[in-house]
Design a protein around this ligand. Structure first.
Ligand SMILES: NC(=O)c1ccc[n+]([C@@H]2O[C@H](COP(=O)([O-])OP(=O)(O)OC[C@H]3O[C@@H](n4cnc5c(N)ncnc54)[C@H](O)[C@@H]3O)[C@@H](O)[C@H]2O)c1
Length: 305
């Protein structure tokens, strides 16, 4: 902001003197903005940070000046991800998000290590049983397991982030939902219900959080070939090669011509919501799906030519 004000002054002075502002004044302004660390000095907890979207987000956050605590149940992977990032900036802690006490401990670790928590990225998730079954045969214990990680744990994450953020009157909480929480029939029912619950959770708490200066938002990605999705593809297409399964995810499901959805795209959406650029964005579901959830062709034959 200060840089922007300074730039306006430079332009105004140049106009007054009749001179065109030097191109270098613009160039220096824009180059400074493009290299700015958008999370400088911020502290984040990322659940599910050992893999996929969480891992990509950890890298994006550290690149932008944040300190991150990776919370996951894959210890070797989590430690390796933290070690790959700047050791001063990233650490790993074992945290099964289905256990509220472990979520509380991950939040407390961030505060003990770095003095505060600015960003809570509730991102850990599981797919649940993958074999398609008719509704009448649905395994309700699978529903309980999926809800414990994808929905109940999100509420625990929001609760404990709020515990340390509301006294400081600031913070950004981000929850990974899914296109499956917006549309039915794109994933097994327990997963869909759990992700719809994440969107409901964000809507339920955003007003209360706003009055404490804390924002809560969701991100809903479409299919990305992370380990979670590739395990699903193996189950659904056992005869396909790894390359064919990847093609299904990256091309057949894809809405956007000429590009492919990657974990890094979700990481950049999280970066925006975590940063002060999103200071008035609250209770929002940021779909990163190429428009998949806003359109559906009608169930009728194509118009005659
Ligand atoms: N990949 C996609 O296409 C896609 C699309 C929409 C939403 N999502 C959601 O994105 C989030 C991240 O998934 P991903 O695709 O990166 O998959 P992933 O498998 O690469 O990462 C998920 C991570 O969550 C961790 N995790 C699972 N259960 C946990 C628990 N009880 N406690 C702590 N950590 C746990 C896993 O160990 C793993 O590291 C999930 O919530 C998923 O539902 C993914």
């Amino acid at each position: 902001m200060f840089r922007a004000v300074k730039h306006v002054v430079v332009v105004a002075k140049a106009k007054k003197s009749g001179a065109e502002p030097a191109l270098s004044a613009f160039a220096s302004h824009f180059s400074a903005a493009s290299t700015a660390q958008r999370l400088a000095g911020k502290v984040a907890v990322i659940t599910g940070g050992a893999s996929g979207i969480g891992k990509a987000t950890a890298a994006e956050f550290v690149r932008n000046g944040a300190k991150v605590v990776l919370a996951d149940v894959q210890d070797d992977l989590g430690r390796a991800v933290a070690a790959e990032l700047d050791a001063d900036a990233a650490c790993y802690t074992r945290c099964d998000v289905a256990d509220e006490a472990q979520v509380a401990a991950a939040v407390d670790l961030a505060v003990a290590r770095h003095g505060r928590l600015d960003v809570m990225f509730n991102n850990a998730g599981i797919s649940g049983a993958l074999t398609p079954v008719p509704l009448a045969s649905l395994d309700i214990t699978d529903f309980d397991r999926v809800m414990a990680v994808n929905a109940r744990a999100m509420l625990a994450g929001v609760k404990h982030a709020a515990r340390v953020m509301t006294p400081r009157r600031r913070g950004s909480i981000i929850c990974t939902a899914s296109t499956a929480g917006v549309l039915g029939s794109v994933a097994p029912h327990p997963y869909s219900v759990s992700k719809a619950a994440v969107l409901g959770l964000v809507r339920a708490v955003a007003g209360e959080m706003a009055r404490s200066g804390v924002r809560v938002n969701a991100i809903s990605p479409s299919y990305i070939p992370t380990p979670l999705v590739m395990r699903t593809m193996e189950e659904w297409y056992p005869k396909a090669t790894a390359e064919e399964r990847r093609r299904i995810v990256e091309q057949d499901v894809n809405e956007m011509e000429g590009t492919v959805l990657e974990a890094e795209d979700v990481a950049r959406a999280a970066l925006y919501l975590a940063s002060d650029e999103a200071k008035y964005v609250n209770g929002h579901n940021l779909a990163v799906d190429g428009g998949y959830t806003v359109g559906k062709p009608p169930n009728m034959p194509a118009p005659a030519q």
